[in-house]
Design a protein around this ligand. Structure first.
Ligand SMILES: *Cc1c(COP(=O)(O)O)cnc(C)c1O
Length: 385
């Protein structure tokens, strides 16, 4: 991602900033499109991963749909040219205002997460004399084998409807004249790299679609959610998520009936590797046992390490990593919180005030989670082209 020319170009730019490599983004989107069209699968982009306007425009240009988790995301998707017939709205707590907005926008589908929500969407749709397309988000009780902070598909999770409530769902659906049942939806967690997990999910989806068909509800859409992981340890040598194996698993294990569509909602896998957070060393602080590299970027620009102990590669762009002796640093931000640490014991060449530091794989859940805490400026975005 980084060569001498780019680091030269960075010299005059105020840090911290997000650097987007549009070439990496394009290659990733190409790979996803090529791997999915082979199976006739439909990809929706999970907009919450990154709603930088340039990023969403580029994703939209591939003809993907949009998976939104707030009214404003629905609005942004439509404003950025996503086909409203490919916009879905998920989320465990949709407000009436958001539901009304999505009804007015005639989106394709609401992914519904509770029995009560079915009733509310039905009432709001009835008031507008409309019919809302809905899919039921089912909690399949599949362990995503990922960090427990980003697991969503287990029984005790707040997301989705548990299988023992499906009879109530069926009763409610029969009562709701302004709902149009389209299918079933799943999302079991994020940063999943173990394909066996998706095989288990397929088996559950097959059971669930049989359940609905047997209860008189034809299933048109099988929405498997997102969650495909990326390689945070090797952003350069393994920079593109394994879309081939991912779609292959679904193609092999999902029972797709004639007329059914299979939908995916990928976020991280599409955008994570396309950006790095670039910052400068403000101070080097040598303690008795630990050395601290204090950056001008912190949890206000990239919260993942602090929020869920996520790993990111960290590079000193100013020094030559291969020829210089390395030292262990705790790489920390300037924010007044002890957890404002990107990583401890990072091997880096001896570093100095003013050195440029890249925190890699910051394209997903990076800029979108930025906050103004400590009244910080919003870091700007720089694009490779
Ligand atoms: C966050 C989310 C996604 C995308 O997850 P990734 O791990 O970024 O692929 C997909 N679907 C739903 C419902 C989500 O909440």
């Amino acid at each position: 991602m980084f060569n001498k020319d780019i680091t030269e170009r960075f010299k005059g730019i105020e840090t911290p900033f997000y650097y987007y490599d549009t070439d990496v983004l394009r290659k990733t989107l190409d790979a996803c499109r090529d791997a999915s069209v082979k199976h006739g699968f439909h990809v929706h982009y999970a907009m919450k991963a990154n709603f930088n306007p340039k990023v969403i425009d580029m994703v939209q240009s591939y003809g993907f749909g949009a998976d939104c988790v707030s009214g404003n995301e629905v609005k942004a998707a439509i404003e950025h040219g996503f086909d409203k017939g490919k916009v879905v709205f998920a989320g465990v707590g949709k407000s009436d205002k958001e539901i009304n907005m999505a009804l007015d926008a005639d989106i394709f589908c609401f992914n519904v997460e509770s029995v009560q929500e079915l009733e509310i969407i039905n009432d709001l749709a009835a008031a507008k004399n409309k019919t809302a397309g809905i899919a039921i988000r089912i909690n399949p009780n599949v362990d995503a084998h990922t960090h427990h902070f980003i697991t969503t598909g287990l029984d005790e999770n707040k997301f989705g409807i548990n299988t023992w409530q499906l009879n109530d769902v069926a009763d409610m659906l029969r009562k709701c004249a302004n709902l149009h049942f389209l299918g079933i939806h799943f999302h079991i967690g994020s940063q999943i790299t173990d394909m066996e997990v998706y095989k288990s999910l397929c088996i559950r989806i097959n059971e669930m679609q049989d359940w609905f068909e047997n209860h008189g509800f034809p299933v048109k859409i099988l929405n498997t959610g997102g969650g495909l992981g990326v390689d945070y340890h090797h952003p350069d040598t393994n920079g593109i998520a394994d879309f081939e194996s991912y779609f292959e698993v679904f193609s092999k294990f999902l029972h797709v009936k004639p007329g059914q569509e299979v939908h995916f909602e990928l976020g991280r896998a599409l955008v994570a590797q396309s950006a790095a957070l670039i910052s400068r060393v403000l101070y080097v602080k040598n303690g008795l046992k630990r050395n601290f590299l204090i950056l001008d970027a912190g949890m206000t620009e990239l919260m993942r390490p602090m929020l869920y102990q996520a790993y990111h590669e960290i590079e000193n762009l100013t020094r030559n990593e291969s020829t210089e002796q390395t030292i262990k640093y705790d790489v920390v931000g300037p924010i007044c919180e002890s957890t404002d640490c990107f990583r401890k014991d990072v091997d880096l060449p001896q570093s100095y005030r003013g050195d440029l530091i890249a925190v890699r794989t910051a394209g997903a859940y990076g800029e979108v989670m930025a906050s103004g805490y400590n009244l910080r400026d919003h870091a700007m975005s720089v694009y490779s082209q």
